[in-house]
Design a protein around this ligand. Sequence first.
Ligand code: KDG
Ligand code: MG
Length: 402
Amino acid sequence: MKLAKAEVFVCCPGRNFVTLKLTTDDGIVGLGDATLNGRELAVASYLNDHCSSALVGRDPRNIEDIWHYFYRGAYWRRGPVTMAAISAIDVALWDIKAKSLNTPLYNLLGGKSRREVLVYAHANGKSVDEASAAAGELIAQGFRAVRIQSSVPGLSHTYGIAKGPGGYEPAQPGIAEEHAWDSAKYLRHVPALFERIRADHGSEIHLLHDVHHRLTPIEAARLAKDLEPYRLFWLEDPVAGELQEGLRLIRRHSTTPIAIGEVFNTAYDFSTLLTEQLIDYLRMPICHGGGITHLSKLAAWASFYHVQTGFHGATDLSPIALAAALHFDLAINNFGIQEYMPHSASTFDVFGVGYSLAQGALVVSDAPGLGVTFDEVAAARFPYAPASLPVNRKLDGTLYHW
Ligand code: KDG
Ligand code: MG
């Protein structure tokens, strides 16, 4: 078996997605998600200009060798663009292998460890009342885990809050929007938000919160400590993750579980976090962290430290990325939870999926491979639309983490 074609599609059915399609000489198609929100064309170029011709002619069954060809062989290794491209190649190869064996992908990853994949949904509101009402609606729909975000009084924008009806989408047309940030206002607000959510919805529901990299280590330690009475499932990205040692301070002060890693792109980004047991959940997704081949190694390494997975699953990861995550989630022993945001109807005009939602969990279909289809004709109706993620400034104008 040989790879005959490598094609890259950039489309915008509701939001931008980059899709890699590999086709073998006997007509088997493998799909990979190469979307990097706000940097789509950089990954498309990486694939088109530096990978496609090197893929054609290779035996797609040699996944491990191809992974190392594009990782070690690149010399300029790691980084989000390179690793998103490698991830897309890797996932497409696993899709081909599973289809060629006529079996769902999870069977190649060890088979099923569970019946379904527990997901968390997003509740957000412009006020605590709105956030609590949104959480109530999700709980009534059967979700067992809910992420809670609400506007911070006195700040014009807050991460995670939808502008209008429909889901939250941070990337906006044109150059980056500028948002305002104030850690003191945020730190005053969040414990009161969770006090209210627990009072309204009881102790059974799993609650999560995303700080989105915005605190210093000592501020994050204080927030994790202040939130202890509300028994969070996790506190996400409390600090910017490039300072792995920063997580030590949080651990020293609190038992609130910590999740981190949605912007990481290799296992090396986790080394101190795992060996010093500074985190509880790793969020680096398959589509940005080197694919199934690299995540298998990271998840196995994490399991020895009792760290579970909780993959990033915002809507800027395409249904291909979600399907790959779901097969992986189903198979590994140290799965924790999966993030879930429903894709738009136009996204599903382009991507056909086999997974389905039932009582707060996703159920994976037994279709061969990933169980996802890509409609090129439909994709052509939704041309790429440049969009950027926001930037943040403190109230005095200083540029800060978004
Ligand atoms: O593109 C950026 C988003 O994927 C990110 O802001 C979403 O933090 C996020 C989350 O936890 O879903
Ligand atoms: Mg996040």
